[in-house]
Structure formats: structure tokens, C-alpha cells
Design a protein around this ligand. Sequence first.
Ligand code: PRP
Ligand code: HPA
Ligand code: MG
Length: 184
Amino acid sequence: MTEMMNDVAKVLCTQEEIEQRVQEMGQAITRDFSGSNRLIVVGILKGAVVYYADLIRHIGLPMAMDFMMASSYGSSSVTSGVVNVTKDLENDIEGQDVLIVEDIIDTGLTLSKLKQVLLARNPNSLKICCLLDKPERRKVDMKADYVGFSIPDEFVVGYGLDYNERYRNLPDICVLKPEIYAKD
Ligand SMILES: O=P(O)(O)OC[C@H]1O[C@H](OP(=O)(O)OP(=O)(O)O)[C@H](O)[C@@H]1O
Ligand code: HPA
Ligand SMILES: [Mg+2]
């Protein structure tokens, strides 16, 4: 990790803080969904992968795994504003309890599109679980049912989140030095 850490200006959430919060979120989900035997946990590729893998091990209920992919940021740190579903679910979610697991709500555009797509398929319920929330940046109204950390308006990387596809494997959530983004 040392080499990548040279590009980091500050750590916003440490590995230990994340671990603790993810455990609490898994426990809350386990309580809220107890009794459901039709839970599908939908991870949004690729950013949510690391969080997803940690979170589901704190969900003590029968569940199915599924994934969707949506792209709007491409390789940059600015949204294109157009959200496309580039990989769809394998499961039919009609009548199922769907929990979307996402890494971050920024402008809200990605989740608002995905929510609209999934609700049209008539699930029994649809909830959103998101590790990070950047409320200052919203372009559309969007709230998660479970939020890990509310963070300031800064582009973050690590724990699944990328800049230009890099830094996803950093264990902490970090802000990079300005000169790294300036290379864009
Ligand atoms: O609220 P928004 O402004 O829409 O931003 C949030 C979305 O942007 C990122 O995905 P990205 O499109 O970069 O794909 P990735 O997950 O593969 O990095 C992130 O993982 C969220 O899905
Ligand atoms: O702050 C961010 N970091 C990485 N990817 C993102 N996608 C939206 N916001 C972010
Ligand atoms: Mg990205």
C-alpha cells in the first residue's frame, strides 16, 4: 500500500472505522429484514464490491446475491450526467425484497435511475444501503435507508471507490492530493 499512500492527502475513514460501521449496518439490516425469506442483495458494480463483500457477512439471513452495473463517471471524477445500465440482474425481482448496496450517493443520478428501473419490476420492497453520502452534491432528491458515513464535498477513493480505475484496493477511504486529479 505504501506506494499508493504517497498520493493520499488525507484519510477520511480508516479501515477500523469502516469495519465497525459495516458491522452495525449489517446488524440493522438483519433486524429489519428478519422473517423475509425472499431477500435479494443487489450490489452496484464496480464501486460497491468491497463494501458488499464485507456487509453480507454481517447479514444473518438467507439471501441471494445479484449485481448490476451502471456507468456515468467513466474514467474521470466528473459525472457525465447520463446513467446507463451496462449489466442487468440475473434474478427476477417481482415480489422479492430487494436491498441495493451502493458505495456512494453523490449527485444521486445513478441511484435514482436504478431505483426507477427496479421499481418498475414490482418488487415486494426496495431499500437502499449506502456506505457514503455526500449530501451537498445532490442534483436529484435521493435518500438511502441505511447510510454509513456522511462526508463533505470531496472526491474520495479507496474501499472500492476509484479515480480513473485506480485506488479501489486501498483499505481506507481517502482524498487524493490535488496534483493527482489535476493530471486529468
Ligand atoms: O450519485 P452519483 O453522482 O451518480 O455517483 C455515484 C456513483 O458513481 C460511482 O460509480 P461509477 O459510475 O464511477 O462506476 P464504478 O462504480 O465502476 O466506479 C459510484 O460507485 C456510484 O455508483
Ligand atoms: O467521490 C467519489 N469517488 C469515487 N467515485 C465517485 N463517484 C461519485 N462520487 C465519487
Ligand atoms: Mg467510478
